[in-house]
Design a protein around this ligand. Structure first.
Ligand SMILES: [Zn+2]
Length: 246
């Protein structure tokens, strides 16, 4: 936690990932010609994702704030997904509330009871999982927007891991000194077998789901485009173009 000077605290992490997120959003806006709202969403998610790996550090600000934030934002990100499946408004509200409760209480219970600090939450496959979950929740029909938003989460997550590693190196008189925590954040696997297996199984399963979903969503978008194109001459004939007066 933040009291320990050998570990970057909550404030360092949120500052670091906010700076990286702002740079990412600005770059996409200036260079990539991305819509400003998409850039703002990416920047915000990157900033929040910088807290995510410390969800494993037990009760405290990162756990409380990130879980509450995820519980509120994940159902909102999934609105489009629900609409795609053709659910009525009432069902969307009930589903959103259920997801809120599952994250708010289910996830905090799991994290408090099973997460080990600097376990597999601090690892590269965990960063991939965070990105895949975002990809699945944010079902935009434009692939570029979808990849941009889910990459923002991966970027924030990685910023956290990199900061953890930087803090574990101390410059002494005789060159850098490596603390015990060195190498426990940016890693592919941990020392215990079953969390490794669980993490990789989850990453693979989510990867397969995301790949299938990407293909499905793009097919849906193409079908919609074709339908709109077919309907265009009819629409033009039926209603005049709207004129906006300034
Ligand atoms: Zn950490």
């Amino acid at each position: 936690m933040g009291d320990d000077c050998s570990v970057p605290g909550f404030r360092v992490h949120i500052t670091g990932s906010s700076i990286v997120g702002a740079g990412y959003g600005l770059a996409a806006w200036y260079v990539g010609d991305m819509h400003p709202m998409t850039c703002a969403l990416g920047a915000g998610l990157c900033s929040v994702a910088g807290m995510m790996p410390d969800l494993d550090s037990g009760p405290g600000i990162p756990l409380r704030e990130s879980v509450a934030f995820a519980a509120a934002v994940v159902p909102m990100m999934m609105i489009h997904r629900f609409q795609q499946t053709g659910l009525p408004l009432e069902a969307i509200i009930v589903a959103g509330a259920a997801i809120y409760l599952a994250i708010r209480f289910g996830m905090s219970w799991l994290l408090k009871n099973y997460a080990v600090h600097r376990g597999m939450f601090h690892s590269l496959p965990a960063a991939a999982i965070a990105g895949q979950v975002t990809f699945l929740a944010f079902a935009s029909e434009e692939p570029l927007r979808r990849y941009f938003v889910s990459s923002a989460v991966v970027l924030g997550f990685l910023t956290h891991l990199v900061l953890d590693e930087i803090w574990s190196v101390k410059l002494g008189m005789f060159g850098p000194k490596f603390k015990k925590s060195f190498g426990t954040a940016l890693k592919f696997h941990g020392p215990v077998l079953w969390p490794n297996l669980l993490t990789y199984a989850l990453a693979l399963a989510l990867g397969a789901l995301a790949a299938g979903d990407a293909a499905w969503t793009e097919k849906l978008a193409t079908a919609r485009q074709q339908m709109e194109q077919a309907a265009r001459p009819y629409q033009q004939w039926q209603q005049p173009q709207w004129q906006y007066r300034r």
